[in-house]
Design a binder for this molecule. Structure first.
Ligand SMILES: [Zn+2]
Length: 211
């Protein structure tokens, strides 16, 4: 069973990317491509999306959800996908309700009637942590984030091996994006480390905000 991330990756993250890893470090407003992001972590995810040529809208639309204002971080029109970016708290990313605060959060959003807001469990993903994936411990690829959807976790970016469509699926199982079956890959063949995705992760990792 994988953990997200492993001890080795945690150490690597601590040394390589120091911002917004924990709540103890305040979010630093960061400008990237003319947009003022609330945190460096959000800006780094914007770099990742940009590297994938995915057009995104930042804080495009918010809703009053039963008295609580909710403003998702990103909307990706081409994928009809809303993304919420959260810093890693230092808690085990692989833990689930009731230990993991993000589990409750996704549950809360999904509790609202779908008609009141154009988002629900089908197209809202909470990404917790840095946009990082790297080879670690031999062949195993470790990710530095965990994607949460309602009722589940361990979702991550992947790319269809047939048509190249991007999506976020459980364990990065690319076949689930559009149902395309590749003769050389089955469902258990993780599609989270295509060349295109690895390039995007690398660009996000190397990106440095302007001082
Ligand atoms: Zn496809």
């Amino acid at each position: 069973m994988r953990t997200f991330p492993s001890k080795a990756v945690q150490q690597w993250l601590a040394g390589g990317v120091s911002d917004t890893l924990t709540h103890t470090i305040p979010a630093i407003p960061t400008i990237y491509q003319g947009i003022r992001f609330r945190s460096r972590l959000e800006a780094r995810w914007a770099v990742f999306l940009n590297a994938l040529n995915l057009t995104y809208l930042y804080e495009a639309e918010g809703w009053d959800l039963d008295g609580e204002w909710y403003l998702p971080d990103f909307y990706i029109p081409n994928l009809n996908l809303w993304l919420e970016i959260k810093p890693q708290t230092g808690a085990d990313l692989d833990s689930i309700w009731p230990d993991n605060p993000y589990w409750n959060w996704v549950q809360k959003v999904s509790d609202y009637p779908a008609g009141d807001a154009p988002l629900d469990y089908k197209n809202l993903v909470v990404l917790v942590g840095q946009p990082i994936i790297l080879k670690d411990e031999g062949w195993l690829l470790q990710v530095g984030y965990c994607g949460y959807v309602i009722g589940d976790l361990s979702y991550r970016w992947c790319e269809c091996r047939v048509c190249g469509r991007l999506g976020i699926q459980f364990e990065g199982r690319a076949e689930r994006i559009c149902g395309h079956r590749h003769p050389n890959f089955n469902d258990s063949e993780i599609g989270d480390h295509s060349a295109r995705l690895l390039t995007a992760y690398e660009q996000a990792r190397r990106w440095q905000p302007e001082r």
